[in-house]
Design a protein around this ligand. Structure first.
Ligand SMILES: *Cc1c(COP(=O)(O)O)cnc(C)c1O
Length: 767
């Protein structure tokens, strides 16, 4: 768990690290200790007020904002929010138990109206004075999440600030309403539910929303470089000074009922966050955990320090001198946090070891070892996965997706496109078997902003995964589902004129691309029907943002085929002229798919729809193209040897007894079959696999879930060893093209049929 979390968090933020935030967590934790120990009080009351009742008030909002920043970012945060709430609730539960001894010591259980107060404490005020933070975090994120979903960023900000304003008058600005009986009455009611307005309803939500807003801002300006820290630092300093003045004035005129909330706290937090997220340092998992532990345990240290001082007769030093008292508590809390963390780590490691020892034997262990080798590469690129993940995903049969090669291919293809042309990644059919979310996420990090899918559901899956670029649906979508297009901001292809009219009748204001048929005769409006096509531009609820056609023999360099393609191209551009598309800069023009680009690279257009080439393979083995960019295959298909059996000469293997051994043989059974997309017509020696760098034949009929390989003479092979069905093993390679050829099909079909039982495992190579 310990390692998993560290890696996962790193993964979530891609390559960025927020060391600035992590460092400030420690500062914030010590500020919280200061609030509860008043370090300066024995020297200067005003100074202490300034430090603990004004400056230190940034600590808790900071923690809320950090959580908002990491949890409420991206499109689909529901799961992350639930996880955060669960984790915080668990921590709260443990903390409540932890503080029962001190509760007893403080006669907590003898208070009046015990049950009413207990409920109130559990939901708002905390069962110990500092614990209010945990229920406030749970409620705060729930409110923030609701507001963000319901009203969007601006609306959520507005609502949460309004809540904060209401809270303000029950806190630092209480003096303003105290004199108005009606208002004072209302607030009294509030206080009977929660001792303060500094809680999860009025106080916390705005900071969660701010964190989320800031995360959105950063992801939009992905390439933004922190030019200088001076701007946010200056603004931050100004806000803090003004907030100090605000606090001091309120204090001077005795306006405050409590002193957690200030008007200027919000802008101050905003600039503080700006400063800290631009302050680039390596993130630190340790600091994150230690700061949280300090927060939870420091009240114990206060008690221990006081007791210790009394026992040792050092009250003068460690109780009466507030600064020494503070330092003692801080140091003790820090050391105790370190100790706890160390214990946790040991416990975690022991569990790991135990799992390995009592796990399912050799094969998992080996998978784990192999997994940990490829791990180092992963960690470098930031997509962290644990060994545990890896063996779970590679314990049967799996697809390895080389994301380094995918990125390389995208760059290689861009290099042969005209300058103004953008790469549209075609990730339909689970990205040709490569895993749509995995590949799209990787490409998004590469800077790709255009994606194409075949169906509505494929588009929705990408959105839910956090893909923010444009997503074009190339195929048909039932009109009855058109609302979903709007909801998930998907661009639908208008496949014919009737379809356009029906979609328009939904009155939804949808962006569309028009598909033109120039000779493929599949989807699209005939290019000769220019009036119909220009009629679509007139439809008031459709906004045409693109127009495209598809070439049907662009892969062939036969003279006749080239003529056909050139004719398609000509028809398309003539139509564009008639429609005067050039005069509308908002309309994206596109016509090439992979072979279109490879054979006709210099066509003038805005997008090129790259499918098969992006995955680094050709459709068919012998295909020759005019352009020959250096493309690398992305996918490998692998399976574990499940078991090994010895059979005697004359005995048969698998259905139909199609294989009969001519000699005493060793047969390896691999847990992969045609239900996984491995073609059945590769049965009986037509196909082979690589094990230990050797090519070995598939024997007998391929079954739904397994197949047999003749490994006679290969003594070193053991159950749990990896077999390669597509990809490289040592010096040998079985390419997807070659396999498709043997199976009488094209690479596109072979790959796109690789089934959902196969886990997609990202791997990285050094290029
Ligand atoms: C599938 C598809 C593509 C991608 O084709 P590749 O040959 O794999 O690059 C492009 N355009 C349309 C309309 C498609 O259906």
């Amino acid at each position: 768990m310990y390692k998993t979390e560290a890696l996962k968090e790193r993964k979530e933020n891609g390559k960025r690290e927020y060391g600035g935030l992590d460092r400030f967590r420690m500062a914030a934790a010590f500020l919280v200790v200061a609030i509860h120990t008043s370090p300066l009080v024995s020297f200067t009351e005003t100074g202490d007020f300034f430090l603990t009742r004004i400056l230190a008030r940034i600590a808790v909002p900071f923690f809320f904002m950090v959580s908002g920043f990491f949890v409420l970012k991206g499109e689909n945060t529901g799961r992350a929010v639930r996880k955060f709430m669960k984790k915080t609730a668990l921590l709260y539960g443990i903390s409540i138990l932890l503080y029962i001894p001190l509760n007893i010591y403080n006669h907590y259980f003898q208070m009046e109206d015990f049950f009413k107060n207990l409920i109130k404490d559990i939901f708002f005020d905390g069962t110990f004075y500092h614990l209010w933070y945990l229920p406030a975090a749970i409620e705060g994120i729930a409110v923030a999440y609701f507001l963000l979903r319901r009203f969007g960023k601006k609306g959520a900000l507005l609502f949460s600030i309004s809540l904060y304003l209401i809270g303000l008058f029950g806190d630092s600005y209480y003096g303003v309403i105290k004199g108005v009986p009606v208002l004072a009455g209302i607030y009294e009611r509030l206080f009977s539910l929660s001792d303060y307005t500094r809680n999860g309803i009025f106080f916390a939500p705005v900071f969660f929303v701010l964190g989320s807003v800031w995360a959105g801002k950063l992801s939009e300006e992905n390439s933004r470089q922190a030019i200088s820290l001076i701007v946010p630092a200056g603004a931050m300093a100004e806000c803090f000074l003004a907030m100090a003045a605000e606090g001091m004035l309120l204090h001077r005129f005795s306006m405050q009922r409590h002193d957690s909330m200030y008007v200027l706290l919000i802008p101050a937090m905003y600039f503080l966050f700006w400063f800290l997220t631009d302050f680039r340092r390596k993130g630190s998992f340790m600091l994150r955990k230690i700061s949280m532990l300090i927060y939870i345990i420091h009240p114990y240290m206060i008690v221990i320090t006081r007791m210790g001082a009394k026992v040792l007769h050092m009250e003068k030093w460690f109780i009466e001198n507030s600064l020494l008292h503070y330092l003692a508590v801080s140091i003790e809390s820090f050391l105790c946090a370190l100790l706890l963390l160390e214990l946790w780590k040991r416990w975690d490691n022991r569990n790991d070891r135990r799992k390995r020892k009592f796990g399912k034997g050799v094969q998992r262990h080996r998978a784990e070892m192999e997994g940990s080798q490829s791990m180092s590469g992963r960690q470098q690129t930031g997509v962290g996965r644990t060994t545990e993940h890896v063996w779970r995903e590679t314990d049967r049969a799996w697809v390895e997706v080389n994301l380094s090669n995918l990125g390389h291919n995208a760059r290689a293809l861009k290099a042969i496109m005209p300058e103004q042309c953008e790469l549209m990644a075609v990730v339909k059919a689970n990205a040709y078997g490569h895993g749509a979310c995995l590949t799209a996420e990787c490409l998004q990090k590469e800077g790709i902003r255009q994606f194409a899918v075949a169906s509505l559901e494929e588009g929705i899956a990408l959105r839910k995964h956090g893909i923010t670029g444009e997503i074009l649906i190339l195929g048909y979508t039932d009109i009855r589902k058109s609302r979903q297009l709007k909801k998930y901001r998907l661009v639908q292809t208008v496949i014919d004129y009737e379809y356009a009219k029906e979609l328009n009748a939904c009155r939804l204001h949808l962006p569309v691309h028009i598909k033109i048929d120039t000779g493929m005769h599949r989807l699209g409006i005939d290019s000769r029907h220019a009036e119909q096509i220009s009629g679509i531009f007139q439809l008031s609820f459709l906004k045409v943002t693109g127009i495209y056609t598809h070439l049907c023999v662009a892969d062939s360099l036969d003279k006749e085929d080239i003529e056909y393609t050139e004719n398609q191209i000509k028809r398309f551009y003539e139509l564009l002229d008639v429609l005067k598309v050039k005069e509308h800069p908002g309309i994206k023009v596109h016509l090439q798919s992979s072979y279109g680009l490879l054979n006709y690279p210099s066509l003038s257009c805005d997008l090129a729809r790259m499918g098969i080439a992006l995955y680094g393979v050709k459709s068919a083995l012998g295909d020759v193209t005019r352009q020959k960019p250096d493309l690398l295959p992305v996918l490998s298909l692998k399976a574990r040897v499940g078991m090994i059996r010895e059979i005697e000469a004359g005995e048969s293997v698998s259905y139909g007894r199609a294989f009969r051994a001519e000699r005493n043989s060793r047969i390896a059974i691999l847990p992969i079959g045609y239900a996984d997309g491995f073609p059945r017509n590769l049965s009986c020696g037509k196909g082979s696999v690589l094990i230990h760098g050797k090519k070995l034949p598939i024997v007998g009929r391929i079954c739904m879930d397994q197949l047999a390989v003749d490994i006679t003479g290969e003594e070193g092979i053991r159950p749990g060893d990896a077999a390669v069905l597509i990809g490289r093993d040592g010096a040998l390679e079985i390419s997807a093209e070659e396999l498709a050829y043997q199976a009488d099909t094209i690479t596109n079909e072979l790959l796109s049929r690789l089934g959902p039982r196969l886990k997609r495992v990202p791997v990285f190579s050094d290029l």
